[in-house]
Design a protein around this ligand. Structure first.
Ligand code: TXA
Ligand code: MG
Length: 330
């Protein structure tokens, strides 16, 4: 019998995207299910942002505190403008950095279809247009805004591979779309432009200096993140976060034989039981991409603790140092 070549439905597209898997994932999302998917920063745990029950299921699966709002992922600027009050500043930032690792916090439109839960009851919403082709294919296929925090149990290290997601969330997620390791490796920069002054709520994949080149000075959130009324301004920025199971110490100048070493640069400290080097050439982009996978790896070793060598706080180093500082809080 002659082979049929006219219906290669099960094969991946030339761009490497498994369309069938994307369609199945989109169907699950539309039916209120949870799907983990890759973005260029970290893997997200997605649900239809318009569906209260689906969004509630995210909080459940992560064991995430209800007062911590979620990022909503959309296909483009137009989709973002339909959900939140757009501005000239938003326009310039979107033009410069979308699609990409920047999340903008804006005022919700009163008639937005979004679940109130994504805003944790507040009047703002965090919006992001991811660049990862699989995330974009999923947004297109689902034809929905997708609410997605990082796909890890609350307070744990963010996942940068599909395997990390499976280990952390297991049966709690209906499907994991596997897009390989994430290229950026730290979460998106979260910038609040809902008020008069732009406020950096979380350093991330777009360095502060690049944002300042577009809109001028960016301010820091009040320390602790609490506003006058006692509510958390950036609730995700609780001190202890990204916690490995083993104790982590920062700015190590020496390492003990029972410790794991998270090294940086051409001259790693000697004497550790096991070493992972974020970047032997001292490249901060490479270090960001390696950060969470190496923390996962070292945390799985039989060591007394993890020692991290000093890392410069410039460029992407600001996000790396922020995550390490939080990971070191007990
Ligand atoms: O790279 C990322 O941003 C990943 C991928 C999956 O998109 N997502 C992510 O989500 O890191 P999550 O939930 O782990 O972190 C979102 C951060 C939290 O610190 C949260 O408090 C803050 O954004 N956030 C979300 N909505 C907010 C809002 N309306 N106002 C202020 N902060 C908000
Ligand atoms: Mg997270």
């Amino acid at each position: 019998m002659a082979e049929r070549h006219d219906q290669p439905a099960a094969f991946a597209d030339p761009d490497g995207i498994d369309r069938q898997a994307v369609r199945r994932a989109a169907g699950l999302l539309r039916a209120g299910g949870l799907v983990a998917f890759p973005t260029e920063t970290v893997y997200g745990l997605g649900a239809a942002a318009t569906d209260d029950r689906a969004v509630a299921a995210i909080f459940e699966a992560k064991a995430r505190p209800r007062f911590n709002p979620l990022i909503v992922h959309v296909t483009d600027q137009a989709a973002a403008g339909a959900l939140a009050a757009w501005s000239d500043r938003a326009e310039r930032l979107a033009a410069a950095f979308w699609p990409g690792p920047l999340t903008l916090v804006l005022r919700r439109l009163a008639d937005s279809r979004l679940s109130r839960l994504v805003s944790a009851g507040g009047d703002s919403v965090a919006l992001r247009v991811p660049a990862h082709p699989l995330a974009r294919a999923l947004l297109d296929a689902a034809d929905l805004p997708i609410a997605a925090p990082s796909a890890n149990r609350s307070g744990r290290i963010s996942p940068t591979t599909a395997e990390h997601v499976r280990r952390s969330l297991g049966e709690r997620v209906a499907m994991v779309l596997d897009g390989g390791p994430c290229a950026v490796g730290v979460e998106s920069t979260v910038l609040d432009i809902s008020g008069e002054r732009p406020v950096l709520l979380r350093p991330g994949g777009v360095a502060r200096s690049r944002i300042e080149a577009v809109i001028g000075e960016v301010h820091d959130a009040q320390s602790g993140g609490r506003q006058g009324d006692g509510t958390l301004r950036s609730p995700g920025q609780l001190e202890s976060h990204y916690a490995p199971r083993r104790p982590l110490r920062l700015d190590a100048r020496a390492v003990a034989p029972d410790e794991a070493l998270l090294a940086f640069g051409p001259i790693p400290l000697e004497g550790a039981m096991v070493t992972a080097n974020l970047s032997a050439t001292g490249d901060l982009t490479e270090a960001a991409a390696n950060l969470f996978a190496m923390l996962h790896h070292l945390d799985a070793q039989d060591v007394a603790g993890i020692a991290a060598m000093p890392i410069p706080g410039t460029g992407l180093g600001e996000a790396i140092c922020d995550r390490l500082r939080r990971a070191a809080v007990r």
